[in-house]
Design a protein. Structure first.
Length: 278
């Protein structure tokens, strides 16, 4: 008599997987609009942020954390840039082309949406070198649009650049704001020349930002002029840059637990900025 295996075989069949609810399939990480300090005023024509006062970013995901822990990216110094590029919704925006202050605002907002408003940091006292623990509130960083400095005589141009007259040479110099690309170049310049005592970071910085001198916009001629201006004129350009650079500030008063020294300190930026309770 033949054996009927139909029931037994049927009992071993896997049940079809239940289809997840559409609400799960449609889920995406939430986003947030972040106001940028420049308000889009100083970007050149054609830039995706020209005239834009805010940037939409996505909340950090597990994949974004992988970017921040990638040792190759960390060694190259590009982990933060790759992360920020990942969370910006508008992919026409290149992180390298962001002004420094706008980039800082987006990094702070990305960290706050991921882990909350409190950031635990450890800072050494400049007097006794004892490590102090501080908690910064990053929920509402202070926006600094301009820092007026007496005697600088700096003004805006129509194309998003600025101009000033050098106190010694009396040349009219036009300059632009620093970008993420400039920041990365200067960091690499320092790293590549760390043992070279003859390097001039001041020259490299003003060379990058100067766009015109006395209506001459030829970069070769501009660089030759900048090589020969006085230290006072070079300092004047740097002070003008600092005074007009829109940025965000997160500061806190630190009183050393050991020696009692008190001073205002700024929040430290780095890879650890994106890891809570370190």
């Amino acid at each position: 008599m033949g054996r009927n295996n139909s029931n037994r075989l049927g009992s071993n069949k896997a049940e079809p997987a239940e289809t997840p609810p559409m609400s799960l399939l449609d889920f995406v990480a939430p986003t947030e609009m972040v106001d940028i300090p420049s308000k889009g005023k100083y970007y050149p024509d054609g830039h995706p942020l020209k005239g834009k006062e805010s940037v939409e970013i996505r909340y950090m995901t597990a994949k974004d954390e992988d970017i921040l822990t990638n040792q190759s990216l960390i060694r190259k110094g590009i982990a933060l840039d790759r992360f920020l590029q990942s969370v910006i919704i508008d992919k026409s925006i290149n992180v390298d082309d962001l002004f420094i202050g706008d980039k800082n605002a987006l990094l702070i907002a990305a960290r706050a949406t991921a882990y909350g408003a409190g950031y635990d940091a450890e800072l050494k006292c400049p007097q006794c070198s004892v490590t102090n623990e501080l908690v910064f509130d990053i929920a509402n960083p202070r926006v600094v649009e301009r820092r007026p400095v007496s005697g600088l005589n700096v003004s805006e141009n129509d194309n998003g650049t600025f101009k000033t007259t050098l106190p010694i040479a009396k040349f009219e110099v036009h300059f632009r704001l620093l970008t993420g690309r400039d920041e990365n170049y200067l960091a690499k310049y320092i790293a590549d020349n760390i043992e070279n005592e003859g390097i001039s970071l001041s020259y490299e910085q003003i060379r990058l930002i100067t766009t015109m001198i006395q209506e001459v916009d030829d970069k070769e001629i501009i660089n030759k002029v900048l090589e020969n201006i006085t230290a006072a004129d070079a300092r004047h350009i740097k002070l003008c840059l600092e005074s007009v650079t829109p940025n965000v500030e997160v500061k806190k008063e630190m009183k050393c637990k050991s020696c009692g020294h008190t001073q205002e300190v700024e929040i430290p930026f780095g890879i650890d900025f994106f890891w809570p309770n370190r």
